[in-house]
Structure formats: C-alpha cells, structure tokens
Ligand binder design. Structure first.
Ligand SMILES: Cc1cc2nc3c(=O)[nH]c(=O)nc-3n(C[C@H](O)[C@H](O)[C@H](O)COP(=O)(O)OP(=O)(O)OC[C@H]3O[C@@H](n4cnc5c(N)ncnc54)[C@H](O)[C@@H]3O)c2cc1C
Length: 445
C-alpha cells in the first residue's frame, strides 16, 4: 500500500499500486478480483485515476512503429507526450492536439479525450486516434477504430478508463518546419473585448487567453490572448533559431521543493500577481517568435508547481457554456467568482469548436478553467456555480473534477445513463474498472 494522489493533491489515498511491463503481466494482474483503474501520469486533478487498486501504465511506453511518409505513430499507452516530442520533434513532427502540459500519457490523453488550443480547428485528441488495442477485465484484447468495434471505440474515448486499459494507440503526427510558434498577444480590457477577440481569431490554429478572475467592474474579464501558428523556417529571424530550427530552446527548469504554507496564496498575493502579469503586456497587438515549450507548456517549466497550494491541495473548476448562452452565462459565472475573491491567478479562457462524441467534455462554446485552493468556502461556491453552469446547458470537465455530485453529472452529460449501462455491462466479472470519481458521480457502484 502507498499514498497516492492526482495533480491537485486532493484527495490523497492509500492504495495497492502496481505497474506492468507486458500484456501477460497486465492480464495476470487483472485476475485479482476487486475495483481497479488505470493511472497514467496523474495529471488529472482529482480522483479520476484513483481506486483501491491502481495499475500504473508508465512502464508500458515503447514506440511500436512510425511511418515517416505519413507521420503515423503507434506507441504503447504509457508513453508521455513529452517522450514523443523528444524523439519526433527534431525530425519535424508535432502532436495533433496537446493540452497545457506534455507530462501526460497517451492513455490519459484518450481516457479524458483532452483538448488543446486548436480545438476549434482540430478537435480533441481522441478524434485523431486511428486505431487502438484495449484490454478488458477478462484479459481479452479488443482492437477498435472508427470502423472496427466502433461502439467500443466511441465509449473508450473520453471513457475515463472505465471501459478497459488502453494498451497502444495509433495516430498521425503533424508536420512542422520549426520548433517555433509565430505568436501574437492581444490585451483585452474586459470580458466583452476578449470574447470579440476570440470570435475574430477563428482563423488562427491556436488561441487561448489568460484571464484575471479577480478584476471587477468595468475591468471584469480583462485578459491577454495568445494566438499562434507554427512558424516556417523563413519566418525565423534569430541566428540561433535558424541554425537549429527544430530544436526548441531549453528553458530553465525550476522546482518547488516543499509544500507552501496555506497562507502563502492569499487574495493580496494573487491580486499582485495578476496586476503585474496583465500590465506586463502593453495595450494592443504584439508579435513574437517563441519556442513551442514556452507557447504550449509554460507551467511545465516549474516542476511540482502544484505544491504552491500547500498540503490541503487544490482543485480546478473547469466548465464550458454553450455558445448561444456564452456571453450571458460566462458573465454571470465570472461575476460570482470575482465577488467570492476565492479564485487563484491561473485562469484560462478558450473558445471550443463543435464536438461530436459520446462522453467528451468539449462543446461549441466558452470554457474557463480556474484553480482554487481546497476550502469549505470554495466547496460552497462550487455548488452555486454548478447550478448556473447546468442552467446554461454547460458541464464540468471530468479530468479536473474531484467534487461534482451524481445529480450534476447526470443532468449535464447527455449520455450519462447510457454510459452507466455500458460500463456495468463491460464490468460483468469479479474485476471491475471503477475509480473514486466514477463511484462519486454514479457511473459505478
Ligand atoms: C498543468 C496542466 C495543464 C493541463 N491542461 C489541459 C488542457 O489544456 N486540456 C486538457 O484537456 N487537459 C488538460 N490537463 C489535464 C490532463 O491533460 C488530463 O487530466 C490527462 O488525462 C492526464 O493524463 P495522465 O496520463 O496524467 O492520466 P491520469 O491523470 O493518470 O488519468 C486520467 C484518466 O485517464 C485514464 N487512463 C490513463 N491511462 C489509461 C490507459 N492506459 N487506459 C485507459 N484509461 C487510462 C485514467 O483511468 C483516468 O480516468 C492539464 C493538466 C495539468 C496538470
């Protein structure tokens, strides 16, 4: 038994944790009866990969094949996105979709069907999976794709590990000329301006905004948008960049050696941070060439940054509100968050495109993600926010959640009941795929 948690360090549990190196070893481990769940790299925030028995996938991380003509890669599911970039980045290939950290596994990317800054153009990670092999509780392996065992494929993408253990996946990488992004930053004075800016930026491949969730009144929603395109070789100006166009700059890697005391993050320190960050960007539009690590993964430069929230841990409240209700809904939820003064400095706003999938989080509309240190007050606030999000037809992201209740899940995920029946049918033996989250939100008993 050992202590384990996901990224928010809430909850922390004692679990029977084991890894595996081969398909046979995994099959044997699945013969032990009880509840079990796959754990990728624990970058979901809550309890989605926690359970009394945990199967770590990280040792299962070989590259199985690569077609350099098409960029088609097949790898084991414990491979990190950072390991893919390390090997294939210098050869001119990039991920089709990447979240704000590259420290996640391919299995975790499919399980949560993660999205990136290009969702409005390229959809979610799962939509790029050509085929995958998944082990069920009885040790059988199902190969599935949009045309083979298509129903099983559909529920495994975004299925939060509840349909089986993904063993390997095949998907196509994207050709790039350089490891750099042609970035534009745009400062927006309030929520209306940043939403106008998103709507005017739909032709950019990547777009995201950092939003100050402590600013009130006319400044509520003041933000900085970052939008970008992969830079061509001709667009590089710096001699060092030109000399090695496919090698991203190696930034400093800083660490947080200890858990911060709980008083370190208070409204004053957060306000000061937000003020400084916002004013660092001058009004108007600015152009830069930045390496892909700085553009996509600024937080990865600080190892263990989750420790700044102290021992009590934190959670991320990420919701989406459909486009029709977007402006009004976002204004209402944001007003309540700013009034509470509880949100932290890390708030990210994004406009999603259309998404057609069975269990995935995105829908055409605005999504906001905001970190909160765990506290009784924050938990009370979330209940109010949940009611607003549900009333506007939105939902919460399972990968970030550690506290939503079953009623909220059922109300906001249109396929919740059907998914519950499918998982129960797949879990027919004595071994069952279930997480603390799936129990809490009523998918499993
Ligand atoms: C700094 C930071 C930024 C982030 N930014 C984004 C973002 O921009 N967009 C976004 O979508 N997400 C984002 N996330 C969330 C993260 O991408 C997801 O939670 C992702 O699922 C984590 O993958 P993991 O490998 O760590 O898996 P875990 O967190 O360990 O597991 C996640 C889920 O996948 C399942 N799973 C893992 N491996 C397998 C497998 N082999 N077979 C079956 N199921 C499996 C687990 O059971 C669990 O349900 C961010 C997280 C952090 C910490």
């Amino acid at each position: 038994m050992r202590k384990i948690s996901d990224w928010g360090n809430y909850p922390v549990i004692e679990a029977d944790v084991a890894g595996f190196d081969s398909v046979d070893e995994l099959r044997k481990k699945l013969q032990r009866p009880g509840n079990v769940i796959a754990f990728g790299n624990g970058r979901s925030y809550g309890d989605a990969s926690l359970q009394e028995k945990i199967l770590l996938t990280r040792r299962f991380r070989k590259f199985l094949s690569f077609d350099s003509a098409t960029g088609t890669l097949c790898c084991q599911a414990g491979t990190l996105l950072s390991e893919i970039l390390e090997v294939f980045g210098p050869r001119g290939w990039f991920l089709p979709v990447t979240p704000g950290t590259k420290q996640i596994t391919v299995g975790g990317a499919i399980g949560a069907d993660v999205h990136g800054k290009n969702h409005h153009v390229d959809g979610s990670f799962g939509q790029h999976i050509l085929t995958m092999d998944v082990m069920r509780t009885d040790g059988s392996v199902v190969t599935c794709s949009p045309t083979e065992n298509a129903d099983f494929y559909k529920v495994t993408i975004g299925g939060m590990g509840l349909t089986g253990i993904i063993l390997n996946a095949t998907f196509r990488l994207k050709k790039i000329e350089t490891a750099y992004i042609r970035e534009e930053t745009v400062r927006a004075a309030n929520l209306e301006e940043i939403m106008d800016c998103f709507e005017a930026s739909s032709n950019w491949t990547y777009s995201v905004a950092w939003i100050d969730c402590l600013a009130k009144g006319d400044s509520m929603g003041r933000s900085i948008m970052m939008r970008g395109e992969h830079a061509t070789e001709a667009e590089l100006v710096d001699a060092k960049q030109k000399a090695a166009p496919l090698v991203p700059k190696r930034g400093l890697s800083l660490g947080v050696p200890i858990n911060f005391p709980n008083f370190a993050l208070n409204p004053l320190t957060m306000k000061a941070f937000n003020f400084a960050y916002y004013n660092k960007c001058r009004p108007g539009t600015h152009r830069h060439i930045v390496d892909y690590n700085s553009f996509f993964y600024p937080l990865d430069a600080i190892d263990d940054w989750n420790r700044i929230y102290g021992k009590r841990g934190f959670t991320q409240y990420q919701f989406v509100i459909p486009l029709e209700a977007g402006r009004e809904g976002m204004r209402k939820v944001l007003t309540r968050i700013t009034e509470s003064g509880l949100g932290s400095f890390l708030a990210v706003l994004k406009l999603f495109g259309e998404q057609e999938s069975f269990m995935s989080f995105p829908m055409a509309g605005y999504t906001l993600a905001l970190d909160f240190p765990i506290s009784h007050k924050a938990m009370e606030l979330f209940k109010e926010l949940d009611a607003m999000v549900a009333d506007y037809g939105g939902r919460l992201y399972l990968a970030k959640d550690s506290r939503m209740d079953a009623a909220m899940f059922e109300k906001t995920y249109p396929n919740a009941s059907e998914f519950k029946q499918i998982v129960s049918m797949l879990n027919e033996g004595e071994t069952r795929f279930a997480s603390l989250q799936s129990k809490r939100i009523g998918i499993t008993d």
